[in-house]
Structures are given as C-alpha cells and as structure tokens.
Design a protein around this ligand. Structure first.
Ligand SMILES: [Zn+2]
Length: 474
C-alpha cells in the first residue's frame, strides 16, 4: 500500500519577484473597500506595509519614490478571510477521531508531525487562494502554540488566530490519541463537571488561545439542563478571561443555548430545523457572528463516495494552490480499503439524504439570518475531507451567493465581517487608510458574481505584492 509522506516536500519558494517596495501605488482599479462602497479609477498608496491613502487621484497624490502598478480595468478588494479553518486537519479522511478516518493507514500522530514540521504549508495555500487572514477554531495545543499560529505577522503568511482544543461533553474520542501514545495531540477538553470547565479555560489561557471553543453536540435529554447550565458558566468564565466564546452548535436548541451563554461566533449553520424568532432575536441582541459553512457536508459526502466507489475526486483548485502531497492522498482513494468496507451503498445514500436535507435548511436559515440583519461571516471548515485549505473558500462563497446572498454582501462576509469575527478589524478587513495592506486584484467584477475570485491576478499581504502565479504551489 502506498503511503504519502509530507516530510521532504520541497519548500515552495513564495515568489520569484514579488514587489516589496517601501512605497507602492496601485493606480486605476475600481476599489471595492469591503464595507459596501467602491471607488472607480482609484489610487491606493501603500507605505511600509500599510495603506496610507485610498481615494481618487485628487485625494491621493502618488509620491515620487513610489513603485507604480497600473491596474486600469481591474478590481481590488480586501484579502479574503476564512473564519473557520483547522490547521490540524489535512482536507482528507485522516484527521478526525470522531468521524470517518483510517488511523491504521494514516496514523494521527504522523499526520500531525508532518503538518507541524512545515508551519508555512497552509499559509502558502491561503495566500495563493487570496486568503490573507484565518481563524483556526479548534485543534490540539500545537495548533495554538506552533509557528503556523504564532509567527504570522509577515508577508508570506496569512494572519492567524487559533482557539486550540475544544471543550466538549463528547471528549471520549481523545481515547484514540491516548491509546496511540500521544495524549498531547488530543483535541478535546472535558466538560463533565464545572471544575473541568475551569481547568479547561485555565489551560487555554496558559497556552495562549485566542478563544474558548465549545463543541456542543446534541445532549442526551436527561443531561440537557445540566449541560446548558455549564455552557452558561463557560460563557461567564470566558468573558472573565477576556476570551471570545465560539460554539459549534448545529441544532436549533443547542444554538439558542450557545447564544444565551453569550457566544460571539456560531461556527456553523443551524441545520436541523428553520431558525425561529427567538433565535434571531438572541443572535441580534448579542451581535453574534453566524458562519454558515454550507459546503463542508458535501465535501464529506464526495470523499465518502470517492472511497466507496474508488473513483478519484476531481480537485477544484483554479489557482493551483493545493500541494502535491494532499492531492496524492485524494487521488488514491483505493488506499482506504478498510474504510471502504464500512461505506456500504446504504450508508452513503443515507448520508447523502441527510446532508442534502441539512443543506436545504442551511440555505433557508442563511436567508433568514440575512433578512433579520444578522452578522454573517464566511468560514469553510477547511481541513475536513475535500474542504481544502485555501481553494474551498470559492466553493463556500458561491454557495452563499446561490442561497440568495447578493455578491456584494458575500464580499463583506468574506472581508470585514471575518475581521470582526477574528477581532482584527482594526488591522484588516477593509481598504482603509491605516490598515494592513492585505488586498487582491482581479479582472472581473466580483460585485456581479463572486466567481471572480477564482481568477485573482495579484495578492498583496502586508504591502508585498505577488502576482498570483508566483504563489502557485504546483
Ligand atoms: Zn470546524
């Protein structure tokens, strides 16, 4: 059986000739600033990594020393922000002890070790895809303490924040790591007593987490009241610790409990039933960010179908941003023979029906949240099977557009709303003087159709301007 290893993957040179002049002037593009306004024939001056002026030629005089980049006929937007990724998951069926995976073929600790050995790995995929900031909303300790999350204030990485291990009443899956001799990689912190919650939050503070994440699956009926009370306590302790509370709660009742506890982000749609007035009121009162993650279920389904049938999945990666090691795993689904035996036709059909039903409800609920004026951000859940780091953001944005969000609003969800979700909106998320120069250039108007992001010509991160082809990893 063929085993893919990530170790030894050649470091990909980020760019042969990026422009990293001290002062750059981007001249002539339509600048879509991320907050609903646009400037035609714009001038954007970038100084020392920051936008120093944005406006018309009258507003912003181009300094003599500036490197001038002519962009007439093009469109500029802020860099995209993915508010829901997982550094510890590859994008294939190899990283979820709670779901379908094959640790006998892809041992978790080997996958983690290879990911840790190359902290720039996902960042190359992000920048290449136009993503300049990401929020890792759940992983192991190392997903917070590792260089991929701690050394990102630089032009060759996306800005990152990370939540770390998840607090949950379903922590029994940690056994897969403990039994394998790697308890330090366990992704869950227990939630069975109030003291465990206190210990969990102290642990997250000690490792430098940027948020408290609770994985609030549907509780057994006899435990619901106790667990909802513990979630309230978790919210209180998180606020005292100065950390946002982010919650995975896909059931309507669980999502309302999360909102009552003061959740600042719901990292998934409600997918079991249409949201009601009480949910929408709570969401609005808290100003909670709602992250739909519409396509991740379909990614799981496509991965299951590929393994069950042996038919390789076709990678949707227009920017050539997904690296060879990941592609090799995906295009050799026959490697997962043991898993294929579990994926009977009945099982796959049942999952397909469930995922289709959930997607219809998610689309309905996205419209309901939008119509109620709720705050919506783009998050992909990248790292889950076939929800690939970087490239999957186009799929998610297009699904939001198809569900009824106008493209201009999807752009705001993928920029300023994501920055607010991450708590970095003073730094990025819009084309505003004083903010980090994180932006994209494209040929088509994304306000007409967000598919324009599939054809990015340039990416600027912290003032360094790359031609997109310089960022390609294959
Ligand atoms: Zn997730």
């Amino acid at each position: 059986m063929k085993r893919t290893t990530y170790i030894g993957l050649a470091a990909v040179a980020l760019a042969a000739s990026p422009i990293h002049a001290k002062t750059t002037a981007l001249v002539g593009a339509t600048a879509i600033d991320g907050t609903g306004t646009a400037i035609e024939d714009s001038v954007i001056i970038v100084d020392d990594g920051r936008i120093s002026c944005i406006g018309t030629a009258d507003d912003c005089k181009v300094p003599k020393k500036a490197e001038i980049v002519q962009l007439a006929g093009r469109y500029v937007t802020p860099g995209l922000i993915d508010s829901h990724v997982h550094f510890a998951q590859t994008g294939w069926l190899d990283g979820r002890p709670d779901g379908l995976s094959a640790p006998d073929i892809y041992p978790y600790h080997e996958t983690m070790a290879t990911l840790r050995a190359d902290p720039g790995r996902w960042h190359r995929a992000y920048l290449c895809s136009g993503i300049t900031s990401v929020f890792d909303v759940g992983g192991a300790d190392w997903s917070v303490t590792g260089e991929q999350a701690t050394d990102t204030d630089r032009p060759d990485r996306a800005r990152a924040r990370a939540a770390g291990p998840l607090i949950t009443h379903a922590s029994e899956y940690n056994e897969n790591y403990v039994a394998g001799g790697h308890p330090e990689l366990a992704p869950f912190l227990p939630f069975d007593t109030d003291d465990e919650v206190r210990a969990a939050i102290a642990h997250l503070q000690a490792i430098g987490s940027n948020a408290v994440k609770v994985w609030f699956l549907k509780p057994k009926p006899e435990l619901r009241e106790e667990l909802e009370n513990r979630l309230l306590l978790t919210g209180k302790l998180a606020r005292e610790a100065g950390l946002p509370l982010i919650v995975h709660a896909t059931g309507l009742e669980e999502a309302k409990a999360a909102l009552r506890a003061g959740a600042t982000i719901l990292v998934h749609s409600v997918d079991d039933k249409p949201v009601d007035a009480e949910f929408l009121d709570l969401l609005k009162v808290n100003d909670t960010v709602y992250t739909p993650t519409i396509v991740v279920g379909e990614g799981w389904l496509r991965a299951m179908a590929a393994v069950a049938t042996g038919a390789a999945y076709t990678i949707d990666d227009p920017g050539k941003c997904v690296d060879d090691a990941i592609i090799e795993r995906i295009v050799t689904p026959e490697g997962l023979k043991g898993l294929a035996e579990r994926l009977t036709p009945d099982y796959v059909v049942d999952r397909a029906l469930a995922i289709g039903r959930e997607q219809a409800i998610m689309e309905h609920n996205l419209r309901a949240v939008r119509d109620a004026g709720g705050r919506i951000a783009v998050g992909t859940d990248a790292g889950n099977p076939l929800t690939l780091h970087g490239a999957s953001i186009y799929w998610e944005m297009e699904a939001m557009q198809a569900a009824g969000m106008p493209p201009g609003e999807v752009i705001e969800a993928a920029t300023i709303a994501g920055a607010k979700a991450m708590g970095v909106d003073a730094e990025t998320g819009s084309l505003t003087a004083g903010k980090s120069a994180d932006l994209l250039v494209m040929a088509e108007d994304p306000r007409k159709n967000v598919t324009a992001f599939r054809q990015i010509s340039h990416v600027m991160r912290k003032g360094t301007l790359y031609e997109q082809h310089e960022l390609q990893v294959r």
